[in-house]
Design a protein around this ligand. Structure first.
Ligand code: PLP
Length: 374
């Protein structure tokens, strides 16, 4: 039934985010016990949360009747210490997804242009559409960002350029040199929203914190998250790092209590758990190697990944996704990213990876694998 009142016109064409399917949902649908299902669909940390974070959250539960610290004083202070910036450089968000939305609120309006790469993270087009902005999509280069072309796509109407390094869903990275040159070349009136959700998985990442510290580029915003390396996706906690004047504007927009008290306690403890982060990186490195080797053996084209997932070309991506799911392995189909022949697999534990590869081999035996092309 059409609603008898006028809605925000952007809702007519607003894309809807398609998350990875939750284990419980698939279990209900297939009538399987949830313990028999593995999820490699949302780039979650296969080692789980840090045990220290869990203990801190448990302790925080006793004070759940109190509002959280709206300014997250202790978490901001600790994060600032760790990054060697000041708390005024930090915007904490309910996931970095909230930071992305704050960017939209602060900078976009009808007519504003937003430059992204083909195969960019699905949230950038959603945020752009939500605020009536115009999306300018720059063709990818080998599934990754073509930074020179993105620079050339900037016009006087451009307000924001989104770059994810590594990129999701392709796992591609730009070189430190390319990124440095790009940041130097973007005009100061265009905000560079650099999504570093997977930065901790890179060995040779360009360190842009000195640029934040010296305050020379108020148009640079780095975005990071506790969802990936720290294994706290369920808490919803991400952050932006930027010039204090930019952060002060963002602070006006966010909800007063956007970070719940349990999340603040968990994240604070997680920052101390270096061992957990190291184990996560190690497991990930091994998993990526295993997948690359197996895909070569199966004759499957894949995109070398700098993140905690890998994109692989399987032929009919939706069919393979469905067939894997019926074997209790949830991965991510890529049709929504205009990559219908591909699926994205998050790196799991060694046991999960082995099970996924076994299932994939079985599934592809039935529906001929796509020939690897270059
Ligand atoms: C996972 C991910 C995030 C993190 O989102 P949260 O809201 O912090 O969970 C941000 N950007 C990209 C590209 C991602 O893949």
């Amino acid at each position: 039934m059409p609603l008898p009142f006028e809605m925000n016109p952007c809702l007519k064409t607003l894309p809807v985010y398609q998350p990875g399917r939750p284990i419980e949902e698939v279990a209900r649908e297939l009538n399987l016990p949830p313990e028999n299902i593995i999820k490699l669909a949302s780039n979650e940390n296969p080692l789980g949360p840090s045990r220290r974070a869990v203990a801190a959250m448990r302790a925080a539960l006793a004070k759940a009747h109190l509002y959280p610290d709206g300014n997250a004083f202790y978490l901001k202070r600790k994060l600032a210490e760790k990054l060697q910036v000041t708390p005024a450089n930090l915007l904490l968000g309910n996931g970095s997804n909230e930071v992305l939305e704050v960017v939209g609120h602060a900078l976009l309006h009808p007519g504003a242009e937003v430059v992204v790469s083909q195969y960019c993270f699905a949230v950038y087009p959603i945020v752009t559409a939500l605020f009536g902005g115009t999306l300018v999509v720059v063709p990818a280069q080998k599934y990754g960002h073509d930074l020179d072309a993105m620079l050339a796509a900037i016009t006087p109407q451009t307000r924001v350029v989104f770059v994810a390094n590594p990129n999701n869903p392709t796992g591609t990275t730009v070189t430190p040199d390319q990124l440095r040159k790009f940041i130097e070349a973007v005009p100061p009136q265009v905000v560079i929203a650099l999504d570093e959700a997977y930065i901790e998985f890179l060995d040779d990442a360009l360190d842009l914190l000195p640029v934040i510290r010296d305050g020379s580029r108020p148009n640079l915003l780095l975005m990071r998250t506790f969802s990936k390396i720290h294994g706290l996706a369920g808490l919803r906690l991400g952050y932006g790092i930027g010039h204090p004047d930019l952060i002060a504007e963002f602070e006006k927009i966010r909800q007063p209590f956007n970070l719940n008290a349990i999340a603040q306690a968990g994240a604070l403890a997680a920052l101390d758990d270096i061992g957990h982060s190291d184990r996560t990186r190690k497991n990930n490195r091994r998993g990526l190697k295993l997948y690359a080797k197996a895909f070569r053996k199966l004759g499957l084209e894949f995109v070398p990944s700098g993140a905690n997932f890998i994109l692989v070309r399987v032929g009919d991506g939706l069919k393979v996704f469905n067939d894997l799911q019926s074997l209790g392995v949830i991965v991510r189909p890529m049709g929504g990213y205009q990559l219908p022949e591909w699926i994205r697999i998050s790196v799991g534990t060694p046991k999960e990876n082995a099970r996924c590869l076994e299932a994939l081999t079985q599934v592809l035996g039935k529906s001929a694998p796509a020939p690897a092309s270059d």
